[in-house]
Design a protein around this ligand. Structure first.
Ligand SMILES: Nc1ncnc2c1ncn2[C@@H]1O[C@H](COP(=O)(O)OP(=O)(O)O)[C@@H](O)[C@H]1O
Ligand SMILES: [Mg+2]
Length: 405
């Protein structure tokens, strides 16, 4: 269950593709053991957020921390600070040079100030690049040190006969540790179970791929693990030698889940894992994820395009609109007190099995230009109630506080 320990900390995350700001300054935490729902219409940046977290991109801006270790760091803020320092300097120089006589001392001071800022930001850029590239190396160095500590006393106390097997185990474990990446602790399950499984590979090969990349070569061990995860996801070991096309959509998604959990992840990013499935199958896959969550102590980021899917499953929900997080709250609270007009519009789209309600239900259409006047006062993420955040400006904030009263 959810704890007070922050597992993933995403701060000011931006991912731009040219001029397209797919994710634009998004911040949130994911607590160990919780299911965090990430919701918003198609194209709002949910998948990009997930892919940024598992390091499929060098992010444009912001920081991503996993267990307190910075695994992703963008350079945007630093580059902007440098540009800002240069612009400030230029303006100051023009101002000073307009005076007669020119104050040379002030000019020199301005220049030093700019140079200091640039040096400071460049140091941050260097640190960001280092963290982005080296977090895996540092993590595997830690694992290797732990292995040495574990095996040293075993070697000392082992008999002549035991030694060769022990050495073999140690070498194997060492190889795996060398290749283990911090980010393998974060696994992603993809929306389309057909496109994400290679049709030429057997289920065994698909599921074992991550282990093999990680350096595991012990065939027996690999097989054992494949069988174990197949059973955990409700399939059987006989399925290992078959190909993806021999399975139904729901079963294919189970294969996708098996492929993720074989890596012993702590965090799973499930990217619309049931959107491509029949409604009757959706609940089964969600139940499976729920069971695995309890059994393995998983933390899950569950991405969906509509709120009905995440409602019962998520502890907290973040609502995204056009690259921004617009509302974030515990699940119950979000459904009880939806404040941002976009959240309200998403809620109005959920049908309920209640004829009277359905007769009255009106879809609210969200039109940002009508809803907000951000011409003078810009919006930021504000906490309207402990744990409940809304992207709003001061006037809206006051209004939301009134609504909550
Ligand atoms: N690799 C990419 N290159 C360029 N644009 C992209 C790329 N990936 C996503 N986008 C664009 O970024 C926006 C957000 O996409 P995405 O994160 O897939 O949204 P969602 O998962 O919420 O549907 C979309 O406009 C999409 O077209
Ligand atoms: Mg997507």
């Amino acid at each position: 269950m959810a704890s007070n320990e922050v597992l993933l900390h995403v701060e000011h995350l931006s991912q731009h593709f040219g001029s397209l700001k797919a994710v634009n300054d998004v911040s949130f935490d994911v607590m160990k053991g919780e299911v965090f729902g990430l919701v918003g219409e198609s194209g709002c940046g949910k998948t990009t957020t997930g892919r940024s977290i598992i390091k499929l991109y060098d992010i444009t801006g912001g920081d991503i921390y996993y267990k307190g270790i910075r695994i992703g760091a963008g350079l945007l803020a630093y580059k902007q600070a440098i540009a800002q320092a240069k612009a400030t300097y230029k303006a100051k120089v023009e101002e000073l040079k307009a005076q007669n006589p020119v104050d040379q001392a002030a000019l020199a001071a301005c220049r030093r100030e700019m140079q200091d800022t640039i040096a400071e930001q460049k140091a941050k850029i260097k640190a960001a690049k280092h963290d982005q590239e080296c977090c895996d190396k540092e993590y595997s160095a830690k694992l290797i040190a732990q292995l040495k500590e574990k095996y040293q006393p075993l070697f000392e106390s082992a008999s002549e006969d035991e030694l060769p097997a022990l050495k073999r185990d140690y070498k194997n474990a060492l190889r795996v540790a060398k290749k283990t990446k911090l980010v393998t602790q974060i696994q992603m399950i993809f929306q389309d179970p057909i496109a994400s499984l290679d049709p030429r590979m057997t289920v065994r090969e698909i599921i074992a791929e991550g282990l093999i990349i990680q350096g595991e070569r012990d065939k027996e061990k690999i097989n054992e693990k494949v069988y174990e995860v197949l059973e955990m996801v409700g399939l059987v070991r006989e399925h290992a030698s078959r190909y993806p096309h021999e399975f139904s959509g729901g079963q294919r998604q189970r294969i996708g889940v098996a492929r993720a959990i074989i890596m012993k992840p702590e965090l799973i990013i499930a990217d619309e894992p049931v959107s491509a499935l029949d409604v009757s199958i959706q609940a089964q896959v969600i139940n499976l994820l729920n069971e695995l969550r309890d059994q393995l102590g998983l933390t899950i980021i569950f991405i969906a395009h509509d709120l009905s899917v995440v409602k019962y499953f998520s502890d907290r929900i973040g609502v995204m609109y056009f690259g921004k997080m617009v509302e974030l709250a515990p699940s119950d609270e979000l459904f009880l007190n939806p404040l941002h007009p976009y959240t309200r519009s998403l809620l109005s789209a959920i049908p309920l099995p209640d004829p009277a309600y359905e007769k009255e239900r009106k879809r609210i259409v969200y039109n940002p230009l009508v809803e907000h006047d951000y011409s003078t006062d810009q919006p930021t993420m504000r906490e309207v109630k402990p744990g409940h955040f809304v992207y709003c400006n001061e006037a809206e904030y006051q209004r939301y506080l009134d609504v909550l009263k």
